[in-house]
Design a protein around this ligand. Structure first.
Ligand code: URP
Ligand code: ZN
Ligand code: ZN
Length: 481
């Protein structure tokens, strides 16, 4: 193993990470060795780099992973009269504790606001506050008069600002956010032609509305009734419809937070007939928890959309993970404080949806999937770093350990055992859906572009996170996993 950057010359290295087990995804199996960093970049990878450097970090006994990318994070998301409790600073600080060096957050489009304005708004909220690098997906939720006529110019303006991915909802018609089938096809077609990617929160609007109406009309308004308002078939149906729309215009599509066996099955089947990728993202909570949490006292705390499902869905997703059907495990990080969700007597429609997760993904996946040998360490890196980088246009700057890539590195101790408790975590919430979970493996040290930002479990970052401008060439260069 000897990989050297072409600009290699004799000035000393800034940092050498030595003696760790280097894991950089399935496309480049590295093994034990040293990583030499100059400035913000990885300069050399070799069994031993015995030359002067400003700082040597001993990684013996540790895994060295590329910084994780969480492509599904909400900071300060307004919802149901409140705002999710992690702002850009607290979410990205917590992210570092979980080995995450890049997040992708979302814009919020106000009614009547155009897409580039919504992107500028969110960029100004993040600027100067992030401890990790960050990019943005652009939510498309306003379909007022002239939507189709304006779309090409709006997409082009957004691309100039460095965003290349768009998220839509076929549901939430009551809020005025639901995209129609025709608008979806237009967006998919235009995006594909411009080299952009559409992300979909797939739940069928009519099924959600009918179920919610029935439950509310019969007084079944408590958080324990909530999962029945969003049944598994709502997801499966929406996924089928969106796959059909994408096929009709020959476009790629990315499904966020897939939670059901039916959704997974339709995506796997859809891929057989599609010429463009159909990406599948799921989240740790759908791989670990099930709907039994809604029978307990903390039912409101576990409210998330889509809801946690019956155990057979979790089993199917785990099997799909092991068989390679899942492209990305993200978190859909969207925490609230307990008192934001505890609204005794309020109908579930007034309680905000979302769970914390940006900090716990690596340890959870290591414990449930790598330890029992469901997936390899390289696959873990693919699912949490390399694939998000490739799919979202950040590769090879991010998502791998190669000379020339950003020196975003995580030193992970695979032998520590610890118990997840909200008080021991750094997300701005007093609730964790995994409270009491016995985890194996913990992040020790994190480097962001060559700078140590978390050391031996202590934060030493000074909000040096940068906005990552992406371009459509980046998407096709990554070419997907
Ligand atoms: O309940 C959730 N998932 N809240 C965040 C917003 C979304 O739909 O992803
Ligand atoms: Zn969603
Ligand atoms: Zn989300």
């Amino acid at each position: 193993m000897e990989y050297t950057h072409r600009d290699e010359h004799l000035t000393p290295y800034d940092v050498i990470i030595s003696g760790g087990e280097i894991v950089s995804g399935t496309s480049l199996v590295l093994g034990r060795g040293d990583i030499a960093i100059r400035g913000e970049k990885i300069a050399r990878i070799a069994p031993h780099v015995d030359v002067p450097c400003r700082r040597r970090i001993d990684a013996k006994g540790l895994l060295v992973l590329p910084g994780l990318i969480d492509p599904h994070v909400h900071t300060s998301l307004p919802m149901r009269g409140t705002v999710s409790s992690d702002d850009p600073a607290s979410a990205t600080a917590a992210a570092l504790f979980g080995g995450v060096t890049t997040i992708i957050d979302f814009t919020e489009q106000r009614a009547g606001q155009n897409l580039p304005e919504s992107l500028r708004d969110k960029l100004s909220l993040l600027a100067g506050h992030a401890h990790t690098d960050y990019a943005l997906h652009v939510n498309v939720t306003d379909f007022g008069p002239g939507f189709e006529e304006r779309l090409a110019a709006d997409l082009a303006a957004v691309v100039r600002l460095g965003a290349i991915s768009f998220k839509v909802f076929p549901c939430y018609s009551k809020e005025g956010h639901a995209i129609s089938r025709d608008h979806l096809k237009t967006l998919l077609k235009m995006s594909d032609a411009m080299g952009l990617l559409v992300l979909v929160h797939a739940e069928n609007d009519r099924i959600l509305l009918a179920n919610e109406e029935k439950l509310l009309a019969t007084g079944q308004i408590a958080p324990r009734d909530y999962p029945r308002s969003r049944p598994p078939r709502a997801e499966a149906r929406a996924i089928s419809d969106v796959i059909e729309a994408a096929r009709a215009v020959d476009a790629a599509v990315y499904f966020v937070h897939v939670s059901t066996a039916g959704g997974l099955k339709r995506i796997v089947a859809g891929r057989q007939r599609a010429s463009k990728p159909i990406y599948l993202e799921t989240c740790p909570h759908y791989l670990i928890l099930d709907e039994s949490v809604y029978t307990g006292l903390d039912a409101a705390q576990f409210m998330v959309a889509p809801p946690l499902r019956a155990p057979e869905h979790r089993e199917a997703l785990l099997k799909g993970l092991g068989r390679g059907h899942v492209d990305v495990v993200a978190t859909d990080h969207c925490p609230f404080l307990r008192n934001q969700k505890d609204r005794p007597g309020a109908p579930f429609t007034e309680i905000p949806n979302g769970l914390p997760g940006v900090e716990t993904r690596l340890a959870l996946l290591f414990t449930i999937a790598v330890m029992p040998r469901l997936i390899t360490l390289e696959r873990l890196v693919d699912l949490t770093s390399t694939n998000p980088a490739m799919i979202m246009g950040l590769y090879p700057r991010k998502g791998c350990i190669r000379p020339g890539s950003d020196a975003d590195l995580v030193l992970f101790d695979p032998n520590t055992q610890w118990t997840i408790q909200p008080s021991g975590l750094h997300m701005n919430t007093d609730f964790s859906p995994h409270d009491g979970f016995k985890a194996t493996g913990q992040v020790r040290t994190v480097l962001l572009r060559g700078k140590v930002v978390l050391e031996n479990g202590a934060l030493c970052s000074c909000k040096s996170g940068r906005y990552l401008k992406r371009d459509p060439q980046g998407l096709s260069a990554g070419a997907g996993p």
